[in-house]
Design a protein around this ligand. Structure first.
Ligand SMILES: Cc1ncc(COP(=O)(O)O)c(C=O)c1O
Length: 391
């Protein structure tokens, strides 16, 4: 009982069998080195705008330190409802259709847990966010993965969905704009997927955490398609566009029955999201349009630079529509994505994430985050160009 081997054997099999995130392992190597330029982190390099931080400071000063309603402060839920209506035209009742969560991470977890009985199948697409597969497995669901194709710019198609759907499919999990590819869907692309979901009577979870960060077209949410609001859990949060990762704030919008089911899990496991973060988020929704526009403008400059630099180097890159990632095709160098990333780190102190951290079809790609300063990105591109000359 005392030795670690016997303790290991007592850990639940589902947990034991799930590997640690590939990103985490890679960044343990990175953190042991000095002078690394990191294109690895999926986190804004901007500090949260001051007026948002100040709202938290002032709330603390007023002695706002208690629990809130399980669902979150009603004033925040009202703000969220207005914000979503403005963006999508879809109205959610702040009283029973909006739930404030601890990041989109918690929203994803409680959405899956609320829906999945053991063995239910969840369809999702890769390359994809590293949490999806484990979260489904923690709920004893069966992840059914669609490997999207580089030829389609990693955009999911109805034909790919039709191939994988079975009578056990219960949920379709979507993430556009996508981490790690930066791909976004056109309105027609979204409508095609919506038609599929309706025809097969699926519940859709849509992780739209990057929706503010689209550069060449307006984001179109699947909840705007007639017939989808009724069958969708919409997930969003403040981490990315508002640069508020450390506040751990997210929310779900969904019909009352689904919200109530998620609320039950949230109530017993989380109680509520942190009150100071909720206060800050009220301010974020009221007064941060200019901050978002500024940060988005900076990301766009970086996106343009990183994309054209890769192209000039002869490294094909899917032109990112959104989020803050470039997914660059390094397959011509005759090594795996992991080998490439490790060698680049070793030779030039530039860290990027091997595409395989996001699924099998990420082989041959590296993910470079441009949520880092343009000066650093410029230096990283010089180093990568120098590195590939040696190959
Ligand atoms: C696609 C996607 N969903 C969810 C999350 C988690 O975000 P949060 O900070 O809101 O938990 C991330 C974070 O990188 C992400 O990329």
């Amino acid at each position: 009982m005392n030795d670690s081997k016997s303790l290991h054997s007592r850990i639940a099999k589902t947990v034991r069998d799930i590997p640690r995130s590939g990103i985490r392992d890679f960044f343990e190597i990175v953190s042991s080195r000095e002078g690394v330029i990191s294109l690895g982190i999926g986190e804004p390099d901007f500090v949260t705008p001051w007026h948002i931080r100040e709202a938290a400071v002032l709330a603390l000063d007023r002695g706002v330190t208690s629990y809130t309603s399980n669902m979150g402060l009603l004033s925040l839920r009202r703000g969220i409802s207005k914000y979503i209506e403005k963006k999508t035209g879809v109205v959610y009742n702040p009283k029973d259709e909006v739930l404030v969560t601890v990041g989109v991470s918690e929203g994803l977890d409680i959405a899956i847990r609320a829906l999945i009985d053991p063995g239910d199948e969840v369809l999702y697409h890769e390359p994809g966010y590293v949490s999806y597969n484990p979260i489904i497995q923690f709920s004893y669901g069966k992840p059914v993965v669609i490997q999207t194709k580089k030829e389609n710019g990693f955009r999911l198609t109805r034909a790919e969905l039709e191939e994988k759907v079975t009578p056990k499919t219960k949920v379709l999990l979507l993430n556009y704009p996508n981490n790690p590819t930066g791909a976004a869907l056109s309105k027609e692309g979204v409508e095609e997927i919506a038609a599929f979901a309706i025809e097969h009577d699926l519940i859709v979870l849509t992780d739209e955490i990057y929706d503010e960060l689209t550069y060449d077209r307006e984001h179109f949410s699947i909840i705007s398609v007639p017939g989808m609001r009724e069958r969708t859990i919409y997930l969003h949060g403040f981490s990315k566009a508002w640069a508020m990762t450390g506040f751990r704030m997210g929310f779900t919008c969904a019909p009352p029955e689904l919200t109530e089911a998620m609320m039950k899990i949230h109530q017993y496991t989380m109680l509520c999201a942190p009150v100071l973060s909720q206060e800050a988020s009220i301010e974020a929704l009221k007064n941060a349009d200019a901050d978002i526009a500024y940060m988005k403008g900076e990301y766009k400059k970086r996106r343009n630079f990183i994309y054209s630099s890769f192209e000039e180097m002869g490294i094909p890159c899917i032109r990112p529509d959104g989020a803050f990632y470039a997914f660059a095709n390094i397959s011509r160098f005759g090594m795996t994505a992991k080998e490439f990333a490790l060698k680049l780190l070793d030779a030039e102190n530039v860290a990027c994430v091997p595409g395989t951290a996001f699924g099998k079809c990420g082989e041959g790609f590296i993910r470079c985050s441009y949520a880092t300063s343009l000066a650093e990105i410029k230096e990283a591109m010089i180093r990568i160009a120098r590195f590939i000359k040696t190959l």
